[in-house]
Design a protein around this ligand. Structure first.
Ligand code: ADP
Length: 494
């Protein structure tokens, strides 16, 4: 037990008691030692105090012993007046005992330090052992030849080996042959000092021959006086994650295959549908034309002999077949937009707008429509005929869908938007409710069929499909009663 563990009182009390004892003993049995040797017992008292009380109490003991000796034993007894010789002896005593006390104190300190170091070492060992054994991952020290030098229990459990079995093996023996080269290559780099650490995902064979995926992180410990180079390996079982990844990959592949298959089926069905629409529309026109012609001939040739009722029926047949003819023509136009091979090239937008305006001139004249074209306009990449058809359809609608009696006022302008050009056709017409914005671009979709506005509901479907086929898009901004602003966006030329 160290004196530092004893109380202050006990240590200093020990000094007082021991010195008092030595002085008393000396006083009582002084004759046995003779007055010439007054320090022997006191020397022992100071030494014992230094041993069991430490340096402070030892200094107190030296002081008390010196005073006691001077008073009781040195010449001029019962007085502290000393001659030179006595003073020298007393100083010598004090110096000797102080030296011994300092020496004992130094010894104590050294012993305490080494014991503290031993305790610390023990704690570190314990800590290392606990960390190594109770880690949530597999840990191993591996020699430079690949042999396992130390393994923890989680690693043994992961691989299904006992500790002894695993320590008889090398990592090369349990690594999947396909993963070994990559691991060894990285290990060589680590040994050469090119890297400090590396991580790799690889496969290990378990004791029962099954395969597990692990994530391995390796670092190197360079040799010290007691130990040569070795690796520290941290091994994490990632089999579940790998299996999940493989499953996702497999599912993705299956999904892609199914999407491809469905797309092909859909394209085939679409193609068939378009061919069907085309042939229906095309083949319908001949009987329709003859129906219309025959109804007209009936009216022309036999009109006078027919009853008014029969004449009314014949005119209705003629009008209905004319309307149906218009619808089949539009349908043909729509299927044409799908079928025609579009060669895209730089097109002067202004020129195409002018041609579309010329195409709509009769309709404009009939309604007194006013148009304003903001020039100049940038060139676009497009198929000129399809673009003209698109603008003509938008113009025709802008002239058509105005409140009765109102004069259509139309503005046509274009603006660059990044690498695209947006062409606007704006009117002062009846407008469109926001909820119908998407619907109107569908085939045969008409919002104002009952309002005396003629049409077949195909014009905007052609606009959208045509724009898309030229790598563009189309939409409308509108509110009922506030006119409409249709736009078509196409890639800018140059
Ligand atoms: P159609 O003009 O033959 O009726 P569209 O496909 O060109 O067919 O247009 C579909 C519908 O969208 C029209 O019937 C009309 O209700 C609405 N529409 C198109 N353009 C305008 C416009 N400028 N103003 C108001 N409504 C419009």
């Amino acid at each position: 037990m160290y004196f530092s563990n004893r109380s202050f009182l006990a240590r200093y009390g020990l000094a007082v008691i021991l010195v008092s004892l030595a002085l008393t003993t000396k006083l009582i049995v002084g004759g046995w030692f003779g007055i010439e040797r007054p320090f022997l017992l006191l020397f022992a008292a100071v030494t014992v105090t230094a041993l069991y009380g430490g340096l402070g109490p030892a200094i107190l003991a030296i002081t008390l012993a010196s005073l006691g000796t001077a008073y009781f034993f040195l010449p001029n007894l019962n007085s502290l007046h000393l001659d030179h010789v006595s003073l020298l002896r007393l100083v010598t005593f004090a110096a000797e005992t102080l030296t011994v006390s300092l020496f004992i104190s130094a010894l104590h300190r050294a012993r305490r330090r080494s014991e503290a170091e031993a305790i610390e070492l023990g704690r570190s060992r314990e800590l290392f052992k606990n960390t190594f054994e109770h880690a949530a991952v597999g840990l191993a020290h591996v020699g430079t030849d690949g042999r396992f030098l130390r393994v923890n229990q989680p690693l043994c459990d992961m691989l299904g080996y006992t500790r002894e079995e695993l320590l008889r093996r090398s990592f090369q023996e349990i690594t999947h042959p396909d993963d070994l080269a990559a691991d060894l290559q990285r290990l060589r780099k680590l040994l050469a000092g090119d890297t400090d650490t590396y991580s790799i995902e690889k496969r290990y064979f378990r004791a029962d021959g099954s395969i597990i995926w692990i994530n391995l992180t390796v670092s190197i410990v360079r040799s010290t006086a007691t130990c040569s180079d070795y690796f520290i390996s941290v091994i994490e079982d990632i089999t579940k994650r790998k299996r999940a990844e493989e499953e996702i990959l497999r599912l993705n592949e299956r999904l892609e295959l199914r999407v491809e298959e469905r797309t092909r089926e859909l394209e085939e069905a679409n193609g068939e549908l378009r061919a069907f629409t085309y042939s229906i529309a095309h083949d319908l026109r001949a009987p329709l034309t003859s129906l219309q012609g025959l109804a007209q001939a009936l009216l022309d040739d036999c009109g006078e002999t027919m009853t008014p009722e029969a004449r009314e029926y014949a005119s209705r047949i003629s009008a209905a077949s004319a309307r149906m003819d218009r619808m089949t023509q539009d349908l043909l136009g729509y299927s044409q937009v799908h079928r025609t091979e579009l060669v895209l090239e730089p097109v002067e937008l202004e020129k195409v707008v002018d041609e579309a305006l010329a195409q709509a001139s009769a309709q404009m004249a009939a309604t007194g429509a006013e148009t304003r074209v903001e020039r100049p306009m940038p060139a676009v990449i497009a198929h000129a005929a399809t673009l003209q058809q698109i603008i003509a359809n938008l113009l025709s609608n802008a002239i058509k869908f105005v409140p009765s009696g109102a004069v259509p006022r139309i503005v046509i302008r274009a603006e660059p938007r990044g690498r695209m050009v947006r062409l606007w056709v704006e009117d002062n017409g009846i407008g469109i409710a926001p909820e119908h914005r998407e619907r109107i671009f569908g085939v045969f979709e008409r919002l104002h069929a009952g309002g005396g506005y003629s049409g077949t509901g195909i014009g905007l479907a052609i606009v959208r499909r045509g724009a898309e086929r030229m790598g563009g898009s189309t939409d409308v901004e509108s509110m009922p009663g506030e006119g409409s602003r249709f736009w078509v966006e196409l890639p800018m030329a140059g």
